[in-house]
Design a protein around this ligand. Sequence first.
Ligand SMILES: Cc1ncc(COP(=O)(O)O)c(C=O)c1O
Length: 378
Amino acid sequence: MESSTTLNSKVTVPPLQVVFEKEARERILAALDDCLASGLVASGKNVQAFENWWANDCRTKHGIACSSGGAALEIIMKALDVRGKDVLVPTNTFIATVNAVIFAGGNPIFLDVDPKTMGVNLEEMKRKTTNNTVAAVVVHIGGIMTPEMPMIADWCQEQHILLIEDAAHAPGSEVGGKRAGQYGIAAAYSFFATKVVTCGEGGMVVTNDDRLADRCRCIQDYGKKSQWESEHTILSSNYRMSEIDAIIGLAHAQRLEEFIAYRKTIADRYTEALRGVLELVLPAERSSWYKYIAFLPEEMDRARFRGTLKEIGITLPGGVYDLPIHLQPVFESYQLRGTLPVSEDVCSRHICLPIFSSMTNAQVEYTISSVRSLVQPF
Ligand SMILES: Cc1ncc(COP(=O)(O)O)c(C=O)c1O
């Protein structure tokens, strides 16, 4: 972390900052120049290099690059053919997790979450499983993988339920000796602009299953038999990634370990300074540290807390999800208000502290001292 500067009122803290340093930009520009000079900008050797790098980092066999994290989820759900079947999904997630099930013709069955991890637990999965359940999605919120992952994977296998990981937040996260992406039959990643690794827009499916990988690749490209064969075997759309995105994504991905290590120093400092001040939501093992999540004391008003910090120059990022999906207007007809009470509570009460690769020591310390001045230790 950048050496400490004297704390003063001039320090401001943005919710997030994405930085491509000079050296990284130069490497990207050189690769882009090569690519443009070749005239080959559709999916090619750079997409393949990104796929190989990512699959290798996830310790999986196949990587299938695509246009977004949402596309990755849609591809997986279509490839697994969940039509007419129930798919367990947490309500504390981004809408793409749920939409993917619906777009593939499945029925999302909402799961409440565990406040210790902000994700699902096995007990709730068992409670909501019926004879029509074919698949379940686990979302590693903020990079946190539940320590129940090995048990969840074993149980899904016993029950013949396909386990899918929405790992959009969790590149490099680990639990029980496995990395995000290794537990499920398939996992989806996002490279949206706010993510730990980004190329502006992009996504990736990873899987160890050869047949599923082939189906995903086909669905990613209009259901074509292969890239340059216009024989369409599955009804599908365009979810492809271009060489331009892959060049940027791969260059950023190659710095993942560095990003995680830096985020971890910030997270460790928050934990050391704010334990006993906020109720912290911490990973059991390795996290990408996409988000640093904590609960305010129950009597504190979150909007007022955010507003006060903003007045002194600290803009907190939004909550991971401030509204669970079952309460989104688009799902009003499901009439589930009040039925998933833990998610309704955690979504409305948690905060995320700023955490990003270019955050300075002064910004971290200013955030800590400001939070401490507003919250009475317990
Ligand atoms: C948990 C989760 N899943 C899926 C997505 C979708 O990713 P994208 O925005 O790349 O479509 C996001 C995006 O923020 C996400 O947070």
